[in-house]
Write a protein that binds this ligand. Structure first.
Ligand code: FES
Length: 150
């Protein structure tokens, strides 16, 4: 009965039996080996799901209006800009061929990709090219420090 249920409920178990035996649980922590009395000692079982995280990326004095810089948060490459409307953070990867938007020229609320000139609105990530907008991230300025939430 148990073996039959496992095959129905978890698609991973039949393929990763060795790994799951060593970890004493499945990837998701839905199935734990018999004999484990405290599931919290198993990596990935009792950790809270990753939620939004606010990360300090600059001091307010680091950029003047019309300037940008690249920052990295985890695996995310982010372009940080300061414009007349405030601070903005968006993906640093142009949707055309991956140019570094943080190195582009800023004009008003727009940045121009340094490689081939696609223009992005730093407030929204929108561009003139259909379905090619880039992701934007919330920015907070507090006590002279700039934070991006990812
Ligand atoms: S890589 Fe950005 S416009 Fe081509």
């Amino acid at each position: 009965m148990y073996a039959e249920d496992v095959r129905i409920v978890c698609p991973c178990i039949p393929f990763y039996l060795d790994e799951f035996s060593a970890m004493r649980k499945c990837w998701c922590g839905l199935f734990i080996r018999a004999g484990v009395e405290d599931g919290s000692v198993l990596h990935g079982v009792s950790e809270p799901p990753p939620g939004p995280v606010e990360v300090r990326v600059a001091a307010e004095g680091d950029l003047r209006e019309g300037e940008g810089k690249a920052v990295t948060i985890g695996k995310r490459r982010i372009a940080l800009f300061r414009t007349a409307s405030g601070w903005h953070a968006l993906s640093n990867v142009c949707r055309h061929w991956g140019g570094p938007l943080a190195e582009g020229g800023v004009e008003g609320e727009f940045v121009m990709c340094p490689w081939h000139g696609w223009r992005y609105d730093v407030r929204t990530g929108a561009t003139d090219h259909p379905d090619a907008e880039v992701k934007v991230y919330p920015v907070t300025v507090r006590d002279g420090e700039v934070f991006v939430t990812v």
